[in-house]
Ligand binder design. Sequence first.
Ligand code: SF4
Length: 424
Amino acid sequence: MARVALHTLGCKLNFTETATLARQLVEAGHTLTDWEAPAEVYVLNTCTVTHQAERKVHKLLRQVRRRAPAAHLVVTGCYAELRPEALEKEPGVKIVARNRQKPYLAQAITALLEKKEVSLPAPPLSEPWSFWPSSSGEGRTRTFLKVQDGCDYRCSFCTVPQARGPSRSATPEAVVQEVHRLAAQGFREIVLTGINLGDYGKPHGYRFLDLLRRLEAEAPPTLRRFRLSSIEPNLLSDALLDFIADHPRWAPHFHLPLQSGSDRILARMRRRYRRRLYEARIEAIRKRFPTAGIGVDVIVGFPGETAEDFAETQRFLADLPVSYLHVFPYSERPGTPAASFPDSVPWSERLLRSQALRELSQRKRWAFAQACLGQTFYALMETPEEGLTENYLRVQLRQGGAVGDFLPVRLVSVGEELEAERID
Ligand code: SF4
């Protein structure tokens, strides 16, 4: 069999799918190797959320071609789904697999290596998108489990619904089964992830909260923690928050995309909420969890965003009791309504606004860590020195611990690093 190197760009979902493909390739007898190491096949799982992500794909392919001219190049992911032609013409690229073809990719790679005809079933566009279960380990303690895929929203800047199809979910039975499999492998924390996680339940109609209740009831006790990845603010209900407040196994860590602090811009983005709802969700979290970790996604430089709109976003975020920001300069995506909106903001201005919010994010991180000083948490040890708390603080543990330990700790100092001490 062959040496296969895999590399992933983009979201956690893409990482879970690469990890699943890697497992299938090993089951087919291939050997996994590092991206920088010699291999017969290089597989790139791509992203198309920004033009930089697409540019990075071509750069990575050029680099591989230079160091391994005889190797087979295989490209999959959202860029391959939306613009296969741009990848098919890349020298050395033997397979371009769309997202819907990912479940068949391991077979196709084996056929390619056996010099047999490579057949990737191309489901007719009319056929509903199926759900391909996947999960990825981060180290030996935490893993991301994909429970939902696709999106039925139509935010004006976003290509994800085209690249990933309509919203669809794993059945609760399949999720519970996978949780048991992952816990049996020694994982102590599972992060439930999706494209529009809170929209879990289509097409089988099972509610997200019911899935959480089932996992709480049926997950093995060795599985110490569940965490939610990013969730739309309009889908973070009081009932979900109450469930998490009543069940300590669920991490008080929330990542809520905001995108803009200006209602005028939120309307142009076709987001499903306005500032007031977002603010109310943050208040609802803080009322239940004073030291919860709260992360915010924000896009700057959206078409038509004036200096005053941006100042409104800055003020709104400065006043919000959140822990950190993920800041993205707006990137025109072909085929999205926003790409043809007038009043484009110069790229240099987008970068200036990004910088300003990244500095604000630093101040937020510091203030949040300061507010957690002297408080007690549980650290899941990812290395003998470093652990991750339920509210998403990465702490250095003075006395150390074993990988996988779930230790009660107190945050004792905030500096370049966060230091904690064991209290057991
Ligand atoms: S919710 Fe909006 S931004 Fe998020 S994936 Fe769906 S369309 Fe894109």
